[in-house]
Design a protein around this ligand. Structure first.
Ligand code: NAD
Ligand code: AHE
Ligand code: ZN
Ligand code: ZN
Length: 369
């Protein structure tokens, strides 16, 4: 079939709206109509050319709310009409990661998901015979996409897809990093660096965990309003601090926070985030994604004295078994999504979503198909 898609032909160039060819689903695959898709900073990261795994031309997008159109042979648990959220980390239920409670990083199709192919090593998108790469196994910046069943979370059909699409990445990542990866305890002090969709979701998670103090850090003061509304207690603008932000945070917390989260993708800030935690038991979780060739560093002594550096992908959430529960928690009013959707637009205006992200005006833009 033919459909419209936003194609990233090459890095650093605006996406181009094209009519592309989408092949039907093969064994174990599902054809989806994309109803809505959020735009995450990781899409911009890959488009910037800094992603060592970035391949072009590609159809980006990985925060989708979709409806099942057609199931390929061997698809077991889905049927046309079902509502699903595509997962960039699948859940096969069989690999050693799926069989462990310690990680959500199912490896069953990782070799193809992160290189732009379907699990059988082929692609479903093309334009005039030229194949187009998939992105994170999702490619939700298209009217139709094809995703393996093991990378689809079936969700409540009552849930609005133009909101719960944000659970396909940003909001789940932030909440999950706090609750699953760091396991913040009640009464803890928390610092969150970067107040985009991810950092604000860490604040939601910290409130759920009953943190006693939540310090929100961003260069953009306009982000404070929403951080405060979600439950942050303090705001720090690094530009207003004399000296190191880590020392300032350690000073106002009498020795450092119990937990910190880096939600930017800046390796210097990752260092600040580690060093602002309390010696003895401070835990800093890296969520931000940094460009090719970048590395983190700190004095080893900062770890010797009992700090821990961790990382989190998709909030440690196992998508097929746990994401439907996140959708229910949104429906029950326990998870905020509506306020995160600051802008909506049609696919033809998708480049505006990237401009709004870069200018700091949006939290999340959602593309409505
Ligand atoms: P965003 O662009 O919406 O938000 C980033 C925020 O960081 C902005 O508010 C910006 O003002 C702030 N910022 C930038 N530089 C800063 C600095 N030096 N000090 C303080 N604040 C600064 O991005 P997002 O969509 O929330 O994504 C955040 C990061 O998380 C990105 O790197 C993204 O790729 C990554 N991410 C990772 C995962 C994962 O599973 N690990 C999932 C989603 C996103
Ligand atoms: N391609 C990058 C890494 C990108 C990355 O870390 N992706 C996160 C999700 S970001 C969602 O917005 C992830 O879950 N990665 C798990 C994995 O197995 O890659 C690079 O640096 O190479
Ligand atoms: Zn994302
Ligand atoms: Zn698995």
């Amino acid at each position: 079939m033919k459909c419209k898609a936003a194609v990233a032909w090459e890095p650093k160039k605006p996406l181009e709206i094209e009519e592309v060819e989408v092949e039907g689903p093969r064994e174990g695959e599902v054809l989806l109509k994309v109803v809505a898709s959020g735009v995450c900073h990781t899409d911009a990261f890959t488009l910037s050319g800094d992603d060592p795994e970035g391949v072009f031309p590609a159809i980006l997008g990985h925060e989708g709310g979709c409806e099942v159109v057609e199931c390929g042979p061997g698809v077991k648990d889905l049927k046309p009409g079902d509502h699903v959220i595509p997962l960039y980390i699948p859940e096969c239920g069989e690999c050693e990661y799926c069989n462990s409670t310690k990680s959500n990083l199912c490896q069953s199709i990782a070799g193809t998901v992160w290189t732009g192919y379907m699990p059988d090593g082929t692609r479903r998108f093309s334009k005039n015979g030229k194949p187009i790469y998939h992105y994170m196994g999702c490619s939700t910046f298209a009217e139709y996409t094809v995703v393996p069943e093991i990378a689809l979370a079936k969700i409540n059909k009552e849930a609005p897809l133009d909101k719960v699409c944000l659970l396909g990445c940003g909001v789940t990542t932030g909440i999950g990093a706090v609750l699953n990866t760091a396991k913040v305890e009640a009464g803890s002090t928390v610092a969150v660096f970067g107040l985009g969709g991810i950092g604000l979701s860490c604040i939601q998670g910290a409130v759920m965990a009953k943190a006693s103090r939540i310090i929100a850090v961003d260069l953009n003061p306009s982000k404070w309003e929403m951080a405060k509304a979600l439950g942050a207690t303090d705001f720090v603008n690094p530009r207003s601090v004399d000296g190191k932000v880590s020392e300032y945070i350690a000073e106002i917390t009498n020795g450092g926070v119990d937990y910190s989260f880096e939600c930017i993708g800046n390796v210097e800030v990752m260092r600040d985030a580690l060093e602002c935690t309390r010696m003895g038991w401070g835990v800093s979780t890296v969520i931000g994604v940094a460009g090719a060739g970048q590395e983190i560093s700190t004095r080893p002594f900062n770890l010797v004295v009992g700090r821990t550096w961790k990382g989190s992908a998709f909030g440690g959430v196992k998508g097929r078994s746990e994401l439907p529960g996140y959708v229910e928690r949104y429906m029950d009013g326990e998870i905020e999504l509506d306020a995160f959707v600051t802008h909506t637009m049609g696919l033809e205006d998708i480049n505006k979503a990237f401009d709004l992200m870069h200018s700091g005006e949006s939290i999340r833009s959602v593309i409505i198909f």
